[in-house]
Ligand binder design. Structure first.
Ligand code: AMP
Ligand code: TRP
Length: 343
């Protein structure tokens, strides 16, 4: 069976971009057709300035939202990255396969590095090595597919390069994974600045729809979205990015396609109105389930405990194999001293 792995970092409240670009596909498609793991990748949240208490809160909230979005722990594995040591264990070994130049070429690193410097903050070394940890997340489980939004494709490409390189140097160890993205809304843009991604880590803004926003708030944000000059509703990502973004959001929420939706809307006003209502309807069940789950924190904890146990058992053999392959001495275990001595 196809193995799928993906994750979400607890650096801010989850957004409509996370949902349409990734989580919805996980819940509606991936968990049914594959052996899938979904992780709250909390180690990744430590790569930029963070507040420990907020990170803990956001991790719990992200896990709850994964379940609220429809992930079913009987069908897939939901867990917190830091509960499984294998990620960090494998990351170090992969750092010995990756190069410094490769890391510095990553677009996300360059953007975030510039942002941290502009704010007068030092750049954490972990921000540079972050894609290696992400590669470890994926390779530890032998994932064939990694469903992510467009912004993560470069990191999955790097993961492929590292897997191929390791396999060539040290013998076949890793499955070489590939990224998969949804057909529409693989890159949901900020409603106030449709040339930049709707990202949760930015300062809270009127251009970001959060999964837990009240319907009134969603309506206001969508109705105030920046549109382009002109009045005609046409789907043109380059020339009319604001309108194109709304059309893509509407298409994703209604299983339609942006071109035909452009044809049925006469004005920006009617497009915004329909988009707002469609988003509210898509988020309604997620908010409702989130409320129910919050009333039962013991259930979420139990899911995460069991998820981590399953994940550990899956990752351990692959990471052990990588340790042996790269030349690390196996520890002598009491159960099999002779076996180890003979190797
Ligand atoms: P992150 O919030 O960076 O942890 O992302 C979690 C997942 O959501 C990744 O697969 C991202 O590619 C996806 N994602 C985040 N923001 C967006 C967006 N604005 N549009 C589409 N996908 C997104
Ligand atoms: N880097 C991803 C992001 O910012 C999150 C992530 C970490 C991830 N490890 C992963 C996604 C492994 C897919 C697979 O969105």
């Amino acid at each position: 069976m196809t193995r799928v792995f993906s994750g979400v970092k607890p650096t801010g409240h989850l957004t409509l971009g996370n949902y349409l670009g990734a989580m919805r596909q996980w819940a509606e498609v991936d968990q049914y057709r594959s052996d899938a793991l979904f992780s709250v990748v909390d180690l990744h949240a430590l790569t930029v300035d963070h507040d420990p208490a907020r990170t803990r809160r956001l991790s719990r909230q992200a896990a709850t939202l994964l379940l609220a979005s429809g992930l079913d722990p009987r069908l897939c594995t939901v867990f917190v990255q830091s509960h499984v040591d294998e990620h960090a264990r494998l990351s170090y070994v992969l750092e010995c396969v990756a190069t410094d130049g490769e890391m510095r070429r990553m677009i996300q690193y360059r953007e975030k590095e510039a942002r941290e410097r502009a704010r007068g903050r030092g750049v954490r070394l972990s921000l540079l090595t972050y894609p290696v940890l992400m590669a470890a997340d994926i390779l530890a489980y032998g994932a064939d597919e990694v469903p992510v939004g467009d912004d993560q494709k470069q990191h999955v490409e790097l993961t492929r390069d590292l897997a191929v390189r390791f396999n060539q140097r040290y013998g076949h160890t890793f499955v070489v994974p590939r990224a998969t993205a949804p057909k529409v809304a693989a890159r949901v843009m900020n409603l106030q600045d449709p040339t930049s991604k709707m990202g949760k880590s930015e300062d809270s803004g009127p251009g970001i729809v959060y999964l837990l926003d009240e319907p009134d708030v969603v309506r206001r944000k969508v109705m105030r979205a920046v549109t382009d000059s002109g009045h005609e509703v046409v789907y043109d990502r380059e020339g009319r990015p604001g309108v194109a973004n709304l059309l893509e959001i509407l298409a994703a929420c209604t299983d339609g396609n942006p071109e035909s939706l452009a044809a049925v809307h006469q004005s920006y006003g009617s497009l915004k109105k329909d988009t707002a209502e469609a988003v509210i309807e898509v988020l309604r069940p997620v908010r409702d389930r989130h409320r129910e789950l919050c009333a039962d924190p013991g259930y979420v904890e139990e899911v995460l405990r069991h998820g981590a146990e399953k994940a550990r058992a899956m990752a351990r053999p692959t990471v052990d194999t990588a340790y042996r392959a790269i030349g690390l001495l196996p520890p002598v275990t009491e159960a099999e001293p002779a076996l180890n001595a003979a190797r």
